[in-house]
Design a protein around this ligand. Structure first.
Ligand code: DX5
Ligand code: ZN
Length: 217
């Protein structure tokens, strides 16, 4: 099954609980939580306090995407009863294998995200250890950018590698996904589709989630 994770980054922060309830009613599978530190990416979003304000208000699992330098010190803050994945960037500085094991030590699934310019071969040495690879299909930092076409080839490469070495891996794709290209991204091998502006900027958010799910079925 292909799962949909609307990205909170494009939600209305003055009505966060209401927006989350809308995507939940629409049938979204997870909530994608974009954490930005103003160093790793040229933008600051929100941290664990905002994410935790949703605890008890939604049953959706959290797919935490840490776009922060040296993430190890902050990982424990994002461990909650809703957290399914914590994903760090391959480019973010800490020793990746150690960080992956650290995330897993909390009983949380561990992911690594790749910027558009990073080849998937950087994951060779830890491929079997990963629960998720998050393919950035835009340069991270902002919602509402255009899908970078070469991402599709990266997804195909990961899908082939997954069959061989890690069949349980979740291949997630994040950035510029719309109703128009979601099917193509899924066909390339994605298991988890992240969509921010295409979901939360819709006039009817709940209906938009349903449109995505119909395409991904
Ligand atoms: C970008 C974030 C994405 C972003 C996606 O840095 O990691 O999750 O919210 O937004 P859209 O779907 O609008 O490209
Ligand atoms: Zn993201």
């Amino acid at each position: 099954m292909i799962r949909l994770a609307p990205s909170l980054l494009s939600a209305d922060f003055a009505k966060l609980g209401e927006d989350v309830a809308k995507v939940e009613r629409g049938g979204a599978h997870l909530l994608h939580i974009d954490v930005m530190d103003g160093h790793f990416v040229p933008n600051i979003s929100f941290g664990a306090i905002v994410m935790k304000s949703l605890l008890g208000k939604t049953t959706l699992p959290f797919d935490v995407h840490l776009m922060i330098e040296s993430p190890d010190a902050f990982i424990p803050d994002f461990v909650t009863e809703n957290t399914e994945f914590i994903t760090v960037h391959a480019e973010a500085g800490d020793h990746l294998e150690r960080t992956i094991q650290f995330i897993k030590s909390f009983g949380i699934k561990a992911g690594v995200s790749l910027n558009p310019a990073t080849p998937p071969s950087v994951l060779e040495y830890i491929f079997e250890e990963l629960d998720q690879v998050l393919v950035m299909s835009v340069n991270p930092g902002f919602g509402g950018q255009k899908y970078i076409a070469s991402s599709t080839e990266k997804i195909r490469w990961l899908f082939a590698e997954k069959q061989r070495r890690n069949p349980g891996l979740t291949i997630a794709v994040d950035g510029g996904i719309t109703l128009k290209n979601a099917r193509q991204v899924a066909d390339a091998g994605a298991d988890l589709i992240v969509a921010g502006s295409a979901v939360f900027c819709a006039d009817d958010i709940e209906a938009r989630v349903k449109e995505f799910l119909a395409i991904l079925k």
